[in-house]
Design a protein around this ligand. Structure first.
Ligand code: PBG
Length: 334
């Protein structure tokens, strides 16, 4: 018998049998998306005292501290488990070295305390990098020749992490891509007495064209700002595997790949090697593309979002950071 006779004619090979009804398809589905998978990014602003929209991120607002408690309660009531906080800092406070990042009275420190108080069940995570606090928008400290200084930047990130731990953050999330920062932060947090503060490491963060709307949201520099001396080259796989391996060895609790859709293969490869929970960041530009197509009525939002986020689960994501978190909790998920 030939191969095609077997697959067409043999009654044991009717794979469509398991696709006959929604109930059956659900029963044999290998991956399911749930609210507990989603981490909700929140932009907190000190520039305005009202919620302000972000043109390239429809339905995502910058939230002033005065409205953050209500926002956090809303997120908790939607059944989401976690937020990832980003600050929109007053330009007058930005410097070359970004020292506002570890001001104990700074915006992000206040935001952490506010969310902890308002929504005690939420896991509070906060980005660790200098870009919201620097005049140039880079994640690190520049020397006079415009090079990013690795170890000086790591020292600042360590101070920032301890300051966020003091404010009550559950996870610090270093997104800067400096070498050695996970080990340095873990060592410092432990010495600081913050042994229970976790690290969500942006391990494989690629220099991507898809961060533009985020940079508009936090006002951290031009869309095309070149971060290629520290973020990964998207032509490479093995470098990403090494980053994940080192971050795990240095004490990361959660390993992240970023962006999402263009990097599913990277996530899948790391999944085969790491036993840590993995996180995928469905970034701002990916959200913006979906929203733009939906606004033109070129795509149906619910199935497009469900397919996108489920593909990340299938590739190996245990958790997904997405600007769709609140919308999905409301409209898509049980
Ligand atoms: C900053 C940071 C960026 C994002 C998260 N943290 C931007 C960048 O590296 O320039 C991007 C997130 C997104 O696009 O949704 N360290």
């Amino acid at each position: 018998m030939t191969q095609s006779e077997i697959s067409i004619g043999h009654p044991h090979q009717r794979l469509r049998r398991l696709r006959q009804s929604a109930a059956l398809r659900d029963m044999v589905a290998e991956h399911q998306l749930s609210k507990t998978d989603l981490i909700c990014p929140v932009f907190v602003t000190e520039i305005n005292d009202k919620r302000t929209p972000i043109a390239s991120l429809p339905q995502v607002d910058r939230i002033p501290l005065t409205e953050l408690a209500a926002e956090a309660k809303r997120i908790q009531n939607l059944g989401l488990k976690s937020v990832l906080l980003f600050p929109v800092v007053d330009p007058a406070k930005k410097t070359n070295d970004g020292r506002e990042a570890f001001n104990p009275e700074g915006l992000i420190q206040k935001a952490i305390a506010c969310v902890r108080q308002a929504a005690p069940e939420l896991i509070v995570m906060a980005d660790v990098a200098l870009d919201p606090f620097t005049t140039h928008g880079h994640d690190g400290i520049l020397d006079s020749a415009g090079r990013i200084l690795n170890d000086e930047t790591v020292a600042a990130l360590v101070r920032m992490s301890c300051s966020l731990a003091d404010a009550g953050v559950h996870f610090v999330a270093p997104s800067d891509m400096m070498d050695g920062r996970i080990g340095a932060i873990r060592t410092a947090l432990d010495a600081h007495g913050s042994t229970e503060t976790g690290i969500l490491a942006y391990s494989a963060k690629f220099a991507s064209a898809f961060y533009g709307p985020f940079r508009e949201a936090v006002g951290s520099g031009a869309r095309g700002l070149d971060k290629k001396t520290y973020q990964l080259n998207y032509a490479n796989v093995r470098e990403a595997l090494l980053e994940a391996e080192y971050d795990e060895a240095e004490g990361a609790d959660l390993i992240m790949v970023k962006p999402g859709l263009c990097y599913l293969d990277i996530l899948c490869r790391i999944k085969a090697r790491s036993t840590k929970p993995l996180v995928m960041y469905h970034v701002s530009g990916e959200y913006a593309m979906l929203k733009a197509a939906v606004e033109r009525d070129w795509l149906d939002e619910k199935p497009a979002v469900l397919e996108t986020l489920t593909s990340m689960k299938r590739a190996g994501a245990d958790l997904i950071v997405t600007y769709y978190a609140q919308w999905a909790a409301e409209h898509l998920l049980k």
